[in-house]
Design a protein around this ligand. Structure first.
Ligand SMILES: [Zn+2]
Length: 437
């Protein structure tokens, strides 16, 4: 790191911060940040937390179910039963592009002119399952719930910990994410049910993000649809959360341009048609997603750990290949941090946004950030902008580079997800007491 020097010295962190604050004050839709001095493309605006984000779905649903403490920011119609279908990895753009494989959902979209709810939501940031599902489950922003990536630094242990499938034994999900879930807050008034894969029943991720509901495990999509419909019919009021994992899996393994992904979209389409035909007639069915996806060609999956100036002085790397956290040594100076950022910009140009923790926080990417959560966020963040993915092969297995469909960054394809209201086609409520609307 000593031998390397930027061609011109970058502006100070203070100058950036002032610029971001001023630009951010312009308004919610305005351009946010120009990273002066580095000739970087402007950063996209922050996710629409509290207005039209994945974190607003359960809280608006609670309000639509009549629970007084919640605000219906998504302007959902009142209903005694609500089913939220969460399709992992179904970006808004993908649904539109591939709607030939989803004739039922295409018809739903074409006819959906009623109601005031937004048709597009923003994923949380980073656009990854652990983060978005925790915003969904708690109604809070990542800066509060603290699930700020697929894996992140646990400052208490000085160690990178996984927040999805392989939790560290040293991390208690209830201490890591202490906020009550929407389920916990409304369960006294509205029966809440999760229908998901059996192995998520008491996983740390479920306990952190989605605790407090009755859990029904079902391996295949057919039985998950059946269980969801039955749970909706079982009580006069209900909130049912139906998790759909298969599309994301196919996208990671084969890409969104594959026959496998198309097949899974067709399965989803058929499943939603079946759901609409079997739930009680007074059910509001909502379909949304935790993030979108982009395909990254093999040639653009980069092992950055072999480039000394990109990793010298970096104590830990974490995150996902499209949203990397770089944590510096404790003694690192602001100048050193700026030099590291300049090195990444030099290497990748407009293929990625390179931002400091302070910039990302000031830009509102994590929402309001608690101090304890700020320490979990990298000193420097690398956000993929083009079809590129960044790996540290000192830390992750080489097989991780086989992943085709990816997400994590803040591009439109990753951040924009649908909010579809699926009309119920069932003639009569099966066992429910609610009236048809
Ligand atoms: Zn995924």
């Amino acid at each position: 790191m000593q031998s390397w020097g930027p061609p011109s010295s970058p502006p100070s962190a203070h100058a950036w911060a002032a610029h971001i604050t001023a630009a951010n004050a312009v308004g919610e839709q305005g351009p946010t940040v120009t990273l002066l001095g580095f000739n970087q493309p402007e950063l996209p605006a922050a996710p629409a937390y509290g207005r039209a984000s994945i974190g607003d779905v359960f809280s608006s649903a609670a309000a639509a179910l009549g629970v007084a403490a919640f605000e219906n920011v998504l302007r959902l119609p009142a209903a005694p039963r609500i089913c939220v279908v969460l399709v992992d990895g179904l970006g808004k753009a993908l649904l539109k592009q591939r709607s030939g494989h989803a004739p039922f959902l295409r018809g739903v979209q074409a006819q959906d002119s009623s109601g005031e709810h937004p048709r597009t939501l923003h994923a949380a940031f980073p656009s990854t399952t652990a983060t978005s599902l925790t915003s969904l489950g708690t109604g809070t922003v990542p800066g509060r719930h603290g699930m700020v990536g697929y894996d992140v630094l646990d400052p208490r242990q000085d160690k990178v910990v996984n927040l999805l499938g392989q939790w560290d034994p040293g991390v208690d999900p209830l201490r890591w994410q202490p906020f009550p879930t929407v389920f916990e807050q409304i369960a006294g008034e509205v029966p809440c049910t999760t229908v998901s894969l059996p192995h998520f029943a008491s996983s740390p991720m479920t306990r952190a993000a989605l605790r407090g509901s009755r859990f029904i495990g079902a391996s295949n999509v057919h039985s998950r649809v059946e269980e969801a419909a039955a749970a909706l019919a079982a009580t006069p009021k209900a909130l049912v959360y139906l998790y759909w994992s298969e599309l994301d899996k196919a996208g990671h393994a084969h890409g969104t341009d594959s026959a496998q992904w198309e097949h899974q979209l067709e399965e989803l389409d058929a499943g939603m048609k079946r759901l609409a035909a079997t739930v009680p007639a007074d059910t509001l069915i909502l379909l949304t997603a935790d993030h979108g996806m982009v395909d990254v060609p093999r040639s653009a999956r980069i092992d950055f750990s072999v480039i000394p100036e990109l990793v010298d002085g970096v104590r830990h790397t974490a995150g996902e290949p499209r949203m990397v956290h770089l944590y510096l040594e404790p003694e690192a100076t602001a100048d050193f941090r700026d030099q590291l950022m300049a090195a990444w910009v030099e290497h990748f140009g407009k293929k990625a946004w390179v931002v400091s923790r302070e910039q990302a926080i000031a830009a509102g990417y994590f929402g309001a950030v608690d101090d304890s959560v700020a320490a979990r966020i990298g000193d420097v963040l690398i956000l993929a902008r083009e079809s590129i993915a960044f790996y540290d092969l000192r830390r992750v297995r080489a097989q991780a580079m086989d992943v085709v469909g990816q997400h994590g960054s803040i591009t439109k394809s990753e951040r924009e997800v649908p909010l579809l209201r699926i009309p119920v086609t069932a003639k009569t409520a099966k066992t429910g007491k609610g009236k048809r609307r």
